[in-house]
Design a protein around this ligand. Sequence first.
Ligand code: GA4
Length: 327
Amino acid sequence: VVSHTSELNRFLPIKPCKTTPPTIFSGTPEVDLSHPEAKTIMVKACQDYGFFKLINHGVSFHLISNLENHALNFFSQPQSLKHMAAPPHDPFGYGSSRIGSNGDVGRVEYLLLNTNPDVLSPNSLLILHQLPVLFRCALEEYMVAMKKMCCEVLEVMAEGLGIGERNALSRVVGDQRSDSCFRLNYYPPVAADGNMLIGFGEHTDPQIISVLRSNSESGLQICLNDGSWVSVPPDPTSFFINVGDSLQVMTNRRFKSVKHRVLAESKKSRMSMIYFGGAALSEKIAPLKSLMSKDEESLYKEFTWLEYKNAAYKSRLADNRLSLFEK
Ligand code: GA4
């Protein structure tokens, strides 16, 4: 059993938020991947919220809980061991409190990994080799399943958008060189004083889509079109899918990337695992030709994923990163 108090002292000071209980969102769109109408519901959810819950996804619960157990073991180790997977000046690897390199902080510990062996930096290999072999295997197995599921979702989406080529979106994430990443977030339990802390501050994800799975502790909130924040009831048997900035561009803003955040509010620890399906570094992120109507113009300047990623990593979490690329 690990004493959390000593660990928590390591967190940077984070201001508590208002104590008013968050509004629980009862309207999470639910997409049943095995249902013939999945495509229609998915497209509507991406237009209305940039967010939906995926059920009947076909990923085995054993695979998920196996990774979760390894991850819990990892985070319950002493800091000195976790820091062996934290190369200096690298956003990848183990981290706590600091998110990105531009001053954002949150009450979270994480392990951030690049998923593509072709674009793995020497540091990423070093990080992976710091992890127990069985943890590494569980990670690899999970990432393979996530990539496959991401592609399935993107194919249903393309169909729902009425795009002729079913793989117009999925080929980007399915590409061998796709620059996807994976993140385990561990939110330690909070004191029972009713205060909430920012676990992971508001932001949109820069990639195409993100697939999140969490345990049964709450904390995830999304921002609705009217600017209000609502709490998403957790469901450890489902995945939550976010539209990322790249998909907003590829659909010429038919879909909106969803602003979300995590509040540390639970007396038990929250664990989430997120797969960020991205494009290859050289891929042009632009509205899909097959989707655009005859006289429709792109709302964005031309850019590659590498250009966008570089800009994103220079930004603060809450910045509107896409505004730099709007026409
Ligand atoms: C948000 C989505 C992913 O978690 C992430 C994050 C990345 C990081 O943690 O290093 C960023 C953030 C995320 C967007 C803006 C920059 C970069 C932290 C940050 C302040 C891994 C990603 O790709 O972008």
